[in-house]
Structures are given as structure tokens and as C-alpha cells.
Design a protein around this ligand. Sequence first.
Ligand code: ADP
Ligand code: MG
Length: 727
Amino acid sequence: MPDAPAPAPPKPLSAPQKALRKLGLLRPIDLALHLPLRYEDETRLTPLSEAARVLGSEPLQFEATVLHQEVTYRPRRQLLVTVEDGGERCLLRFFNFYPSQLKQLAVGARLRFRGELRGGFGGLTMMHPTVHAAGGTLPGALTPVYSTVAQLPQAYLRKAVQAGLAQADLSATIPDEFSSQIDVLRAWDLRQALTFLHHPAADVTLSELQDHSHPAWQRLKAEELLAQQLSQWKARVARQQLHAPALRVAPGGLPEQLLAALPFELTGAQRRVGEEIARDLARSQPMHRLLQGDVGSGKTVVAALAACVAIDAGWQCALMAPTEILAEQHFAKLAQWLAPLLATRGQAVAWLTGSQKKKERAPMLAAIESGAAALVIGTHAVIQAQVKFARLGLAIIDEQHRFGVEQRLALRQKALPPPLGEGRGGGAEVQGEAGASPHPNLPPKGEGAMEPHLLMMSATPIPRTLAMSYYADLDVSTLDELPPGRTPVVTKLLAEHRRDELVERLRAQIGEGRQVYWVCPLIEESEALDLRHASQTHAELSAALPAARVGLLHARLPPAEKKAVMAEFVAGRIDVLVSTTVIEVGVDVPNASVMVIEHAERFGLSQLHQLRGRVGRGAAASACVLLYSVPEGGRLGETARARLKAMLETADGFEIARRDLEIRGPGEFLGARQSGDALLRFADLAEDSALLQWARATAPAMWARHPQDAARHVERWLGARTDYLKA
Ligand code: ADP
Ligand code: MG
């Protein structure tokens, strides 16, 4: 007997199916919500005789008869076809063509052509028109054009969207009591709005569709904003169910000791923000706070104070930074401040990075697990599975926007041990005065999950309204004051062909003991190219400045070498540090007073601002030189110009952020668009503030009175993306 046939393996996905998946178009509703980028009007035919008068505007279509066909080879191989209608002729040109097309375009054939018509001495011409049989019925609605990728042909996508629209559950989720509050919601339901936007009637005012002011668009924006607000409200409520250790400080405790040991006084802003954080930490719900402050505003010391609160209360604190160099700097600074204070309590500062040798790492892991390491500083290594905290009470994430959502969630989920008497009992031995109970401030068992407090820091200030509407459930503290004694940085714009002058001036500066950063741009496609570019600049500068010590830092260097180069620069043994953007975040070398940014036109605005923030940290007058090159035969792009202009006009991080937002739009501003997960696809927080207000007011009421509809609404709109709103 033959064996039963093996079950057929799952069919591999076709290329267009894979592309759909990659675009996140998985469920019918995702397809239905994939709205057209623009439309083509194929509802009309324009007679050739009339078409001559509307040259050069929109693509148009006409029907005509083929008079003549020939393939020429000069100046290059092409197919030339002359067509005629009502006495008017038009020459069609095809550079790519198939035998089947030669057949289709036979002399005498009556056909329909669509493309952009051009005039000229030789009469009307059209390049590469699309060709169909004449006489077919014309569509009654505009034809949608969707954003797509190479592997996903427009026609395939159109069919998929059409099918999605037919299959998706579009039944109402917004109860009447809320939808009746807004005119557009009364007038258009979701199905009507979507059907219309995918296939608008030909007589619609196109501008209304383009600027999203059409009622159908308004309906979608309202729905989207509501989904976002519902999801945020839920996250906030969820956090209120969680528990965190209440971290309270005794008088004369670590924070006070740190303040006494610091070589400077806190600024008013640092004090205020420190108090905001201390207040949150004293609560038994996890803090979820974003500390934003311009580059150089002194966030590190605020983080150190928060760490002191946690440690003083008998808990551990973890600080995670996005790069090894930055983590190293934090370690150096915090260890200098805190290690002596901790030593008197028998505690230490631990250090974790990916490049660490096992031998160095093992004792760190042990100290973290036993609780002897009260403060743990490191890179992503901190969130790896082997790292087990005895009692993590506070997690701090520096430059939070550099971390992915998953990483932020992972740090929060570094679960605390179960309270009292369960699991690893360890910790009492390093608990110090906190006494026998390892978890003195924990709520009784079974009252809800535990999470550490979370402090996120960012030097890319997010305009307040944006922060509140984008990030679920986030409190924001702002350092709006720089420490005293800073000299403002002078910013200069310099064309590339004046590079020699610049090098001359640097020579003089270096002679006066100044140190210089020279940053080379990231070339997107290739890290190897970056490196070549930076190495070349390094060689050129070394040759041009023989008396100076020129160093090179780039992402490919092994961590130990990076560290060594950085240490040389900090110690003043390197005069000019040529680097790729690895120095972008956080480094603090007060003696460096000149920042040169090569190909500044290629950098983003907040990146430029961050880089400029590396200088002006000491007493010396500082300068930032933006070297720019204009592409051959062209001019600087609109956005590049706007960015450079903003750099010249302001040094205020918030103003920079505002302009950046203006230049890029909120989706990209928050880095969401890059990851293909823009949180708001349709609504614009600034433009649609009335709808936003409605959504904000509606969300809590809807969860309270119609929880099922609320859940369905969130699922429909956000599906798998809800995590993004939580982190
Ligand atoms: P950022 O907010 O960019 O992380 P840092 O924390 O690195 O800024 O601080 C920038 C510099 O200012 C550091 O050298 C730091 O020691 C110093 N600093 C911080 N606060 C004060 C203060 N209140 N007075 C004087 N110097 C300060
Ligand atoms: Mg910093």
C-alpha cells in the first residue's frame, strides 16, 4: 500500500504577497485603510483637437487611429507611431517595446492612449503612453494611485485594496452619543468615507481631496485620532494597576550627599525637575517620565540624583545608553561622583557592554544579581536575558529616541523579584540599614504586576502637545535653563570650496590650545564609503596640519580602540578628532571648542543641533562651522536650505525642534515613518486640533460606557501596532 500523501507544504508567498506583508497590509481592514496617494482621471476622453490647448498639465487620454509605424535606430532604438484623430496628429515615442506592441499598434488600428501630451515644433508628441483598445466603457470614478514598492504592481495592489474594502468589517464602532457631536461624523460613516476615498466621483474638487479637508477625510481623521486616544487612555489605566516600590529618601541620605560633593550648584531647572522626579518615585505606581532638555542642559546630574533616591531606598538603578562611548562617559562621570559615596555602604557601580570579555563580565553579573551593584551602567547589554537584577527599582534610558520600542519595553520588563520570601531571597546582605525585609516598600502579594520606575531622557525636545498626544501615558519634565558660564556657540556657514581657508583658521585655533571635532557625514548606502571618506579627510588634515595631532574615530573601530581614541581626545592629546557621526550623542569634552560638520546639508536638523551641542561646554568662545556643497550644476534642496537656515538663526533646542517638525512633519519627526509605522497616517495634530480635542474628551467616556466598541475600534485601527503606543 502506498503511504498516504504527505500534507502539502504551505505555499510560498508570491513576490507581491510578500510586498504586501512588508507594507503591513495584512488584514482586509489594513488594505481598506491604505488610501490613495493621488488619483488619475480616466473618466473622460479629450479629443486631440482640444487636447492641443491643455498641453503640459495633467495626463489625458484620447482615441485615435494609427497612420504610420516605424522603428528607428538613431539617435537610439525607438518605436515611432503617428496617430490621427479629427485631422489632428500626434507622434508617440516608445523606447522600450515588445513585438506584441508592434502588432497592437498596427496601421489602421483604433486605440485609446493615455499620457502627458507635449507640443513643440514637430507638433504634438507623447512619450510612452499606455495603450488600450478604443471604445471600452470609461470608469465612472477617479482611478486611485497607491503608494507601493517595486515588487507590488499598482494593478495588483488596486485589486487587493478593492478586495480588502469588500471584506473588511466596517460596522460602526463609535456610538451615536459621541458621533453626533461632530457634523462630519454624522454625515459620513466609515464605509461611505472609505468607498468614496478609494473611488471618488469624477466631479469632486481635487483640492479638497489633496488637502484632506473633504468630509470623508475628516471622518477618517476623527476615527484615527480616537483610536490613538483610546489606546493611550488604556495604557494610563493599565499603569495605574501596576505597582512599583515607593522610593522615599531619609534626611541626610545619598541625594544630599551627592549634592554636597558636586563641584557646582544645580540650576533652578535641575532642582525643579529633580523634585518632580522624586515625587514620582515616592509613589507606589511606576513613574513613566520623559526628561527633556537641550544638549548641555545637565541631564546627567538629574539622572544621578534619581539614582541616589532609588539606591538610598534600598533598590538598584540601571542606566542604559545607546552607544558604548556614551555609556563609558556616563560610567566615568557617575562613578567619579557616586562610587566614593556607595563604597561607604559596601556597594558598587557595575558596568556592562557587549564588547566586554567574559572574565570581566561574570563578576559584574554576579554583583547585579546579588544586589551589591547598586548602580548598573551600560549599553543594550543591560537588557539581555542573563542580566538578573536583585531589585531593580529605577531604569533610566538616556537618548531614549535612539532605542527601539522593544528595547524600552524590555527594560521595563526586567521584572522585579516577587515580594517577601519568594524566589531569590538574596539582597538582605547588601541591604544595609533597610533591615531584614528585602522589599520593605512592596505592596502585599497578588495586587498587580511590578515594574521599575522609568525615566527616559532626550535631548531632542518634543513640542509639548506632540509629546502628550503621541506617547501614551507619559509625563514630561523639561530642563529649560542651561548651566551658567556657557559662551554661546557662533555658527558659520561655509561653502566647500573655501575649505582651505577653514583649515588655515583651524591651525591658528589649535595653536591656542583649542580642540576640534571634524564630523564626516553618514553616507546612507554604505558604511565602507563613510569610512573611506573619513579616512581621506583624516589623511588630508594630517598633511595640512603637520604640527597638530589628528585622530580618527569611526563606527568600525573595535570598541577598545574607540575608547582609547576618545580617552586621548578627552586628555587633550588629540587636537583634531575626525569622526563619522559616532560622536553624535552625549559626549562631553569641555575643552573642545570648534565643531566642523562636513556636508552639513546631508544631516538632519536635530542631528546638526546635537553635534553643535558638543562644543560651547567650557569657558572658551566656541564655533560651529557648517561646510556645505552644492550638487554639481544644481542648488541646495529646499529642506537642506531650511535646515541650515534654522541652524544659523537659532540655538534654542525647542525652536529647532519646532522648525524640524515644520520641515519634516510629525510622523518623520518622531522617527516613526522610518520604521514604516507612522502612528498618525491621516490626521495632523496641529491642523486637526478640534478633532483631537473631541477624541481626547471621548476616549475615557467611551471606555467607561462602551468598552467593547472601544476595544474593537482600537483593534481595527492599530492592530499589532498598539505596542508602539505603550512604549
Ligand atoms: P546633557 O543634558 O547634554 O546630557 P550633561 O549632563 O552632559 O548635559 O552636562 C553638560 C555639562 O554641564 C557637564 O560637563 C556637566 O558636568 C555640566 N553641568 C551640569 N549641571 C551643571 C550646573 N548646574 N552647573 C555647572 N555645570 C553643570
Ligand atoms: Mg547627555
